[in-house]
Each structure stands twice: as C-alpha cells, then as structure tokens.
Design a protein around this ligand. Sequence first.
Ligand code: SF4
Ligand code: FES
Length: 374
Amino acid sequence: MSQIPPPPSAMLAELTHRCPLSCPYCSNPLELTAREAELSAPQWAEVFTQAGALGVLQVHLSGGEPLARRDLPDLVSAAVAAGLYTNLITSGIGLTEARLKDLAGRGLDHIQLSIQGPNAQIADRVGGYKGGYDKKMEVAGWIAAEGIPLTVNAVMHRHNLDRLEEVFALALRLGARRLEVATVQFHGWAARNKAALMPTRAQVEAANRSVAAARERLKGRLVIDYVPADYYARFPKPCMGGWGRVGLVVTPDGTVMPCHAAHTIPHLRFENAKDTPLAQIWTGSPAFNAYRGTDWMREPCRSCDRREVDFGGCRCQAMAFAGAAEEADPVCEKSPHHGVMAAMAEASVAPELEGGSPGGGAIDDVAFTYRDNA
Ligand code: SF4
Ligand code: FES
C-alpha cells in the first residue's frame, strides 16, 4: 500500500505569534516568530491558493491572535477565494463590531472563541488580561447577531476542571453549537507551568464522567469535542489524526509541519512554503514521510492491532519521554516507558491536591509563569 495519503482536509494557518493574552498554557514554542518574519498577505494568499488546489477543504486561521494582523480581512478574502471553509480561532480581544461585520462580509464561515475560564475572576487571571472575559461576552453577542456559527474553546487544567458544568452552561448561553474542551497539554510554553496546571487523577476521572453525561443530556443542543488528559490514560490518541495523514500546519514564517510541535523532533527538517510548493511538501517531504503509515514503527506498535487506530500516538511525546520519535507514545500501557507520564503527572501535583481538591486553591494565589506575546 502506498504511504502517500490522500490530500489533507485541513490546514492550520498560524498567522502570527503575537497575542494580547499571556496564557500560562500557551502551546506555542518558547521562541516566537517575530513580526518581521511573518508571511505577508500576498504570501499567505499564495499558500491558500495552493492549499485549495491540493484539496484542503478548511483552513483554521489561528495564532497567537489572528486579529493582531491588521490585514486579516485580506487574508480571509484570499482563503475564501481559494475555495476554503474559513474558521477564525480567536480570543476576541481586538475585535470590534465593525471589524466583525467586515470579516463576515468577506465570507468568514465560522468562529472559535476561546475562553480562559467560566467567570471573569478565573478567565482574567489565567489569560493575564483584565477585562478579557467581559470583552468575550460582548464579542459572542456580536457573533450571534451576525449569524456566524460559533464554537467555544476552553483549555482545562487543575484550576477549572472542576468547573466543567459552568463551561457547558456558558457555551449554551453564548449560543455556541459546539464546545471544544481540551485538557492542557504541555507543549511549548505550557511546560513551564506544569506544576501549576497539572490536574489530579481524580479531577481527570470526574471530568471524563461529566463530559459523557453532558453529551447525553445536551444531545441536539451542543456538540462537545473533548480532548481528555492522557497522563493517566491507557492508550494514546492519534495525534492530528495520524502524522501527515489528514492535516498540516503552516507557522507564521511559512514553515510547514505535520503537527504543531513537530519542530521538537531535532533530526527533522521542515520545508518552507515560501520556497517549496505545498503539494510537493505534502507528498515528498522527508519529514512528512518519516512517520506516515506504519512501516517506521518499532515494537510494540509494529505488531499491535491498534496501530492503525492511534498510529502509535504522538511522535513528539515519544521523543520527549521515550527518547526516540519511533517509539510508542509512552501514554500507551504497552510502552516500556509507560508510567513516566503518570509519574510525571503525579510528581507535578502538590501533595495537598491529591484527591482533587476543587480548583486547587484560590486562583489569585497560583504562581503562573506568564508569557509575553505582544
Ligand atoms: Fe498504539 Fe503502539 Fe500502543 Fe499499539 S502499542 S496501542 S499502536 S501506541
Ligand atoms: Fe507532534 Fe503529537 S504533537 S505528533
């Protein structure tokens, strides 16, 4: 069977690393791309055109904060002209009603609005931005008035995982059709806040139950996408649907990768969309082909009946915790390195929180290491 997959269906376009928020769980790399190194609007337009021709169906316009780009309306127009379904992933900070109307007029299809917590106290503290929560509530009202379909995004961690019910209620109140709740992953900057953000095992298990119950209860009203914590899991998730299988990521400077954290695998070299056509990267890039399919696998993945279910999990996590990207993701109970994840998680949680004390203490007392994204 050929290892070259069908065209990617989705592209994550990281338009900029600039962002007015300073979330401690930011998954962007420690070294951010400077404004001067970002692709220009015509360069992004060329990437969108090539993506459409390659077969990409939807583009997620993300960042950083995409609204930090004054030329965002031109980027939306270019993506629409390329035939792509456009999804703006935003904190809402920097949006005005007029700006939203402009984007809608240019054909923006969908918005994902991130929330940093279910109330102003938590959200503003976590995002490091006073007034951010109230602004988001206002923005959600404009989105509803404009009739743009809305998904609410929330990253869950020790200080809000016990508040999932409030997050469900907020998403409904804001008129969202979909809610994406993702348990924090410790890529990029987030690794610096592991001790502050790591949920307890009890919290994770309660959250799994709570999501299952809410999915039943809210059927037909709210679709809940859930990325569970894998630190305490038995099997990994197929990262990005499998390496180079269904999607690609273009970073602010045009580097093209199979996933957000792929640059942490040191021996891989990633091409840039400024120099190499996207179609050539998708089919011919040695980095994309390195972990496609199953031929690269070692045991225990090689002979495992889940190898085409999870594709061995996350290569970046295997690199970080098992020392080689060809190893099974250590989340897997068959991995000889299984246990490092849970041990790391348990070691990160302060002893007084074992058992899942709600919220892990007062949010104002938590020592977050914020990042400066401006
Ligand atoms: Fe997945 Fe590999 Fe574990 Fe099998 S051994 S479940 S393919 S990570
Ligand atoms: Fe890179 Fe999972 S984050 S493969």
